[in-house]
Design a protein around this ligand. Structure first.
Ligand code: TYD
Length: 137
């Protein structure tokens, strides 16, 4: 599966490390929303959905977690375990987030506002949606 990961530049000096992420320049969309999750309980699987149009970049800015990506044909797991490592997830990709470390903080940069209508939360529906030609409703 073609996947896009980023290693964002770390600006290091004697005080420590700073990472900056700019819309369009460093990631391919304008950021309309950020959200983050932490305090994730053991053995929890989050996500379990795809989006019809939303684009996102996920960065585990503390701790680690795993991201399963599924395009309907292939599945791949990515480990987010670096504070400057991001993964891009475009539309029509089923994703599951799991194996969060106790200290994990997963930051999400999103291309649009929260809209429940953009979610596909049922896996069979997801498979149907990607197999339909775009002109069939
Ligand atoms: P949910 O989509 O279940 O999270 P995840 O995909 O990580 O499992 O979202 C949990 C709740 O938070 C749900 O009630 C919707 C709400 N929510 C917002 O209000 N705004 C947001 O930007 C997001 C991502 C979720």
């Amino acid at each position: 599966m073609k996947k896009l990961t980023y290693i964002f530049d770390e600006i290091c000096d004697y005080r420590g490390i700073l990472v900056a992420i700019q819309q369009i320049k460093d990631i391919p969309f304008e950021i309309k929303r950020i959200y983050y999750m932490y305090g994730t309980k053991e053995n929890v699987i989050r996500g379990c959905h795809a989006h019809k149009t939303l684009q996102q970049v996920l960065i585990c800015i503390n701790g680690s977690c795993k991201i399963l990506l599924d395009n309907g044909a292939e599945r791949e797991t990515v480990i987010l375990d670096k504070k400057n490592l991001g993964i891009y997830i475009g539309a029509n990709i089923w994703r599951e987030m799991f194996e969060f470390s106790k200290d994990a903080i997963l930051l999400v940069l999103a291309s649009d506002y929260y809209d429940e209508k953009d979610y596909i939360r049922n896996y069979d529906e997801f498979l149907k949606s990607i197999n339909l030609p775009s002109n069939v409703s």
